[in-house]
Structures are given as structure tokens and as C-alpha cells.
Design a protein around this ligand. Structure first.
Ligand SMILES: NC(=O)c1ccc[n+]([C@@H]2O[C@H](COP(=O)([O-])OP(=O)(O)OC[C@H]3O[C@@H](n4cnc5c(N)ncnc54)[C@H](O)[C@@H]3O)[C@@H](O)[C@H]2O)c1
Length: 225
């Protein structure tokens, strides 16, 4: 499915991932779900659900709702996780190791096919997933060989280097054809607008959570900021 590069907002894509996990739970109980039920679990309106899903086509049957398996299949395809997507890890410190040794964290549809670091003590060592940590200086060659030898086009990376190195490391990745980066660092990467960056910051999420924890009654906040 080829989607036009248009009105699909980041928020809609985020919600798609939420729909997917809700639907996977829901299918344990039922084979159909309607927009009202979905909206209730998502804490949103049924109009929003219908609007989100209609962005990608007409899947529901009026008055009947959505076939859960069908919707899972469609969302899986929209998110591109109906096939395996190759990803590399750059920076194999505590965070990089946590990812390479807990592949479940990545979920279905992703496979780590290369791990890179710049530390000589780490380069050449075997990671938990049986990949050898490679020298970051060889990343261009690795990507080229993957393309030539196995027709694998690598364009997605998880960036887990120290913050101070993040911008330069990301620029190096982009030069070598990476166009999608999951940025585990707190560095605000400045890259070509064609490069998609998604920031992942547990600390920021905890701060957000903490705000809601200490303001946990609706009346605690006098004014909406
Ligand atoms: N996303 C989150 O929620 C979260 C949580 C904790 C840490 N972090 C961030 O993740 C990053 C890594 O943290 P960590 O605790 O694993 O640090 P770490 O120091 O243990 O590991 C960083 C690794 O990156 C390597 N490295 C540095 N520059 C590099 C480069 N240019 N190319 C390749 N490798 C390079 C280092 O050799 C090291 O192995 C930090 O930016 C940290 O702030 C994010």
C-alpha cells in the first residue's frame, strides 16, 4: 500500500500503533469491534476513531463495526510491519546492549542486522544476539555490501550513543543512506528534512507522568496552560 505523503499527522500514526495493540487484545475475546468500543478504550470519541481509520480507506461496515483480524492486518500493513524491517544499532553501551539483548523490546517486524560502536574495547565482541559489534568507521562498507551481496537496503537506525556524539554520529549515518532514526539520546538532531527522526526519551515520559501524578485530580489545575 502506497500512501500519499499528505495529511497523515504524527499523532494519527501514533494512534495507529495504539489501535493495533488494543485490537490484538480485543481479538482474544471477539471478532468484531465498533468505533464506540474502540473509542472507549482509546479514551477518545468514536468520530475520532472513524476519522483516523478512514484516512487509510473504508474498512468498517456501517452499523456492524470492524472485523478485528482484517483491521489488524490492514494496520500492520500500513505500519510496514507485515514484513521484517532491518535495523542497525549505533552505540552499544548500556542502552544499545539493553536493546540487542532484549529483542522483544523491538516487537514484531524488526530485526537487528548490525551493531556499531566506536570503542575499541567493544568492537569485535559478540553481542547477545550473536552479532559482532563492528567499528562505526566501517558502516558505509557494511551498508554497501548488504546492498550488493544480499540486496538488503538498510535505511533505519537506532541511535544510542552519548548525547555529545549524537549529532555527528547521525550525520554520518545519513551520509551512508540512513533516512530513519530512532533517537534514544536527548540531543535534538538537526538533519535534512527528508530524514525522519523519532525521539524516544524515558526520562521525558517520566516527567510527563510525574506532572499528571502530582496534579491527579481534575480540579487541581485551575487553568489550562
Ligand atoms: N531513551 C531513553 O529513554 C534513554 C535512557 C537512558 C539513556 N539514554 C541515552 O542513550 C544514550 C546511550 O546511553 P548509555 O547509557 O547506553 O551510554 P553508554 O556510555 O553506556 O554508551 C554509549 C555508547 O556509544 C558509543 N559511542 C559514542 N560515540 C559514538 C559514535 N560516534 N559512534 C558509535 N558509537 C559511539 C560509546 O562507545 C558507548 O559504547 C545516551 O545518549 C543516553 O542519554 C536514553
Amino acid at each position: 500500500m502506497r500512501l500519499k505523503k499528505l495529511e497523515i499527522s504524527e499523532r494519527v500514526v501514533q494512534r495507529l500503533t495504539e489501535y493495533l495493540s488494543i485490537l490484538k487484545e480485543a481479538r482474544k475475546q471477539d471478532s468484531e469491534i465498533n468505533s464506540i468500543e474502540l473509542a472507549k478504550i482509546m479514551n477518545t470519541t468514536s468520530a475520532q476513531v472513524r476519522k483516523d481509520l478512514s484516512t487509510f480507506g473504508e474498512f468498517g461496515v456501517r452499523g456492524k463495526g470492524y472485523d478485528i483480524d482484517n483491521l489488524i492486518e490492514i494496520i500492520t500493513r500500513i505500519l510496514g510491519i507485515d514484513k521484517t524491517n532491518d535495523v542497525i544499532i549505533v552505540g552499544h553501551g548500556k542502552m544499545g546492549e539493553m536493546l540487542s539483548s532484549n529483542l522483544d523490546v523491538l516487537g514484531e517486524g524488526f530485526k537487528i542486522i548490525g551493531i556499531f560502536d566506536k570503542d575499541n574495547d567493544k568492537i569485535g565482541k559478540m553481542a547477545a544476539n550473536n552479532l559482532v559489534v563492528q567499528d562505526i568507521r566501517n558502516i558505509g562498507e557494511f551498508i554497501k555490501n548488504m546492498k550488493n551481496d544480499s540486496n538488503i537496503k538498510i535505511n533505519m537506525a537506532i541511535l544510542a550513543v552519548v548525547k555529545e556524539q549524537a549529532q555527528i554520529a547521525a550525520e554520518g549515518l545519513v551520509k551512508n543512506g540512513i533516512s530513519a532514526i530512532l533517537n534514544m539520546t536527548t540531543c535534538k538532531l538537526e538533519l535534512d528534512k527528508n530524514v525522519k527522526v523519532v525521539d524516544m526519551d524515558i526520562s521525558a515520559k517520566l516527567q510527563e507522568l510525574n506532572f499528571w501524578r502530582i496534579n491527579n485530580t481534575e480540579n487541581n489545575i485551575d487553568e489550562k496552560i
